[in-house]
Design a binder for this molecule. Sequence first.
Ligand SMILES: Cc1ncc(COP(=O)(O)O)c(C=O)c1O
Length: 392
Amino acid sequence: MIMKKGYFGEFGGCFVPELLMPPLNEVERAMQDILPTEAFQKELSDLLNSYAGRPTPVTFCPTLSRELGFALWLKREDLLHTGAHKINNALGQGLLAKYMGKTCLIAETGAGQHGVATAAAAARLGLACRIFMGAEDVERQATNVARMRLMRAEVVAVESGSRTLKDAINETLRYWISHQSDCHYCFGTAAGPHPFPTLVKEFQRVISKESKEQMLAATGKLPDAIVACVGGGSNAIGAFAEYLDEPSVRLVGVEAAGTGEPGCFNSAPLNLGSPGVLHGSYSMLLQNLDGQIEPSHSISAGLDYPGVGPEHSYLQKSGRVSYGLVRDSNVVAAFLRLSASEGILPALESSHALAWVFDHAEAFAQGSTVLVNLSGRGDKDLGIIQKVLNEG
Ligand SMILES: Cc1ncc(COP(=O)(O)O)c(C=O)c1O
């Protein structure tokens, strides 16, 4: 199927004020002219290897595999510098910004993972850095705010709207309009206006490029299924990218159902939303009948977003990828189970993917191989886990 530029089927596009078109066009040109060059690719690959810690291994889980009756493997993005897959994209866009002659990275962050990754990339590349974060998230994620400031990023608390990620993105886009000559907006997920969904996918593709080779070398075949959590959709699209044309590989994205109580807030636009425009692209989103954005909720701040990248909306509609739902209580159980069984503390975001696998274990035949993308490490979530355990 031939796609219109920036579209995935009917989804995607670039619905932004006219004043944002020049910087977005500039990023698109850089994606076409700079990204494929040998010099850029070599410098990025050196950074990913020697600074971020790539390639990340795939790890077989012996205890859980015995219990589940099939082989469970993890792609270990949790082992990366700054603790999650976000650094792949932050280094990629940071380097691109440098080649474009920019001197400053600006970015939004919710939980702080993308903010920390962008602050690290900026410090390493000698760029200034300004991170916009909802005021409520600044209070909730004090450790990540401190980490960003230590890496000399300026953290701006956004007081508008619900004072969370959605409002931080709005504010970053607004700031970019008046600072386009020196700033690059390092968008944190595979959502937003064209070209960000495509650009972020290219920087996260490394996950599936590596895992394909690694799983073939380790097991002699491709995995039967790959499972990844979905917030905006960057770790999932990176984990799926090289398998989209491999029909034997089942691909599953997992969204956050919240508490699961009737009428509770969730972060599941693919399962529970409807199509509309948010942050410059047409995709599935949580909205009321008047088209106003509904508040989202997830126990993991990194999934707490009312929208999703447009390629996921397309992949759901085309049937290539299925998208499951997991409740907070099962997420916590999955966090505890992986920690106790294999000695690996998963991020609460990644625990959604694990929980879905545990909940659907009977769907996988004996002897099959399931690869979960472990998008981040769980140290940042210990406070939440402790609180849940204390409340019994
Ligand atoms: C560890 C981790 N996994 C997943 C996500 C969700 O983002 P995305 O859907 O873009 O991968 C986040 C977001 O902060 C994260 O920190």
